[in-house]
Ligand binder design. Sequence first.
Ligand code: FO1
Length: 323
Amino acid sequence: MSSLRTRNNRVVALCGGVGGAKLAYGLARILRSDLTVIVNTGDDFEHLGLMISPDIDTVIYTLGRRADRERGWGRTGESWRFMEALDELGGETWFRLGDLDLAMHVLRTRDRQAGRSLTAITTEIAERFGIAATILPVSDHPVRTIVETPDGDLPFQRYFVEQRCIPRVTGVRLECAANTDTTAQVRRAFGAPGLRGVVICPSNPYLSIDPILAVPGMLALLKVTMVPIVAVSPIIGGAAVKGPTTKIMKELELPATQHSIFQHYAGLIDGLVIDEADRAERGLTGVAVKVTRTLMEDEVDREQLAHDVLQFIDEIAGEAKAP
Ligand code: FO1
């Protein structure tokens, strides 16, 4: 282990749901309590009187080894009796809440109504699941991702789940109150001694990462950090592993290439990790590029990619990072 690694081992990862959580898992296996995952809360919404934080749930279930691998969201071993009963009573069933998953939303809602912050609740649940890494919502203020379509604005989950990402996206924006900011815990994660690097996980750049970056104060934290910021591209050979990333790129008239991902993060990142399938695109100018396998089919893949990302961070840190 290099002396650099012994001194600077703390990593901050920015993460959305399913795809990002897989890399967060790999990073957590290596870094344990040296990892802080800052999670998108733009997908959060109130449903059936419950406060749902889907990306936080996905990260907690994934790092806590309780995630359903097939669906990518929700808990493994889930049952759906509540949904059956809800359907019988004529309740809304477009957003599925599993019987086990319900416990998370009920406790979160009770604690939020009692005045506890989303950060405090998330920290407690992560500890209960034996997760050594710190999982933080990007903000304790409610922020909401709005998907703009030719037929008008859609709240995120209406677009993503109810309408199955079918409407054409013309834009995405984050709605938040004027006093919205990042949390003290998020700011501390960037200011903590021993920071080794920042990882932008392979989540959807438009729907999951942009809402994190749009929280007032977040970009400033990234701009002043002296450690390498590395993004892992969610695109492999012109397609996304899961979800609507390339569909949205097409709708926004962006080619589904690594160059588009690079341009999206240009000025922010020091390095981009791309898949072997896109080796021909490695000649991006103005940013370091690492070519490796980014498809995470199993736990070995997750840890290997995490290892490659950390090595890449150290390579970039070995060269002078521009102020
Ligand atoms: N995704 C779905 O596609 N359908 C669902 O019914 C659904 C329910 C759900 C309940 C709790 C939760 O934490 C997540 C849930 N998700 C569901 C996933 C979620 O909507 C998306 O994966 C994320 O918001 C996108 O990152």
